[in-house]
Write a protein that binds this ligand. Sequence first.
Ligand code: VGL
Ligand code: ZN
Length: 207
Amino acid sequence: MDVTERDALIAVDIQVDFLEGGALGVAEGSRILPIVNRLMPLFRHVALTRDWHPPDHLSFTENPAYRDRSWPAHCVQSTPGAGFAPGLLIPTHAFTVSKGTHVDREEYSSFQAMEADLTGWLRARGVVRVFLAGLATDYCVRFTALDAARQGFQVCVIEDAVRGVAPQTVEEAWHEMGAAGVRRIHSRELLHGPAGARSDAMPAGVD
Ligand code: VGL
Ligand code: ZN
C-alpha cells in the first residue's frame, strides 16, 4: 500500500508517562518508537497528540484501578512525564493536539480536544485517510479511530505501532474498531511515501 498525499499519520500520546516505567506505563510501549520513526517521513501530514492534564484532572485517583476514569496521575501539563518520548523523531511540520486539558472533561479521542481542531486541520489539507499509531490501543487510539471513522475518514490502525493497557480491553477495542470499518494493518505494508513527503525532523527532548 502506498502512502499518498491524501493520507495523514496521527501519532497518539507517545509520551514519557505511557512508556515502561512511566506514571501510566504501557507494557512494551517503547517498542513502537523505531516503527513510528520509520513511518513519519513517509507522510506529508503528521499530527501528534498528547494527553495534557491539569494536576487535579478528574481521571486521577489515589488507588487507581487502571481503567476508565481511574488512573494514577499522568501527563500533567509541563512536567517531564508529559513530554514526547525521547528519541521520537518529530517532523518540524507536525501539528500538535493537546487534549484532556480541562479538569472536568476526559478526552480520550484526539478529535474531542477543545483547543485544537484536528478535523479542520485534516480537511484543510485534503486528507481522506488517516493512519494511527501510539498509546494506548484500548483508550486513546481506540476512541480517536472511532471518531475519525465517524467524521468520514478512512481509518487504518497500525497494529505493531500501538500497545495497550490490558489484554481484555485491547481485544474489545479491536472488535469495536473493526465493526466501525477501521482497518488493522501492519507497518510493513507501508513502504513508500508520496513525492515531496517531508523528512525534516527533530528528536523529542532536545531543545
Ligand atoms: C490514555 C488513559 C488515560 C491514553 C490517556 O492515551 O490512551 N489512557 N489517559
Ligand atoms: Zn489521560
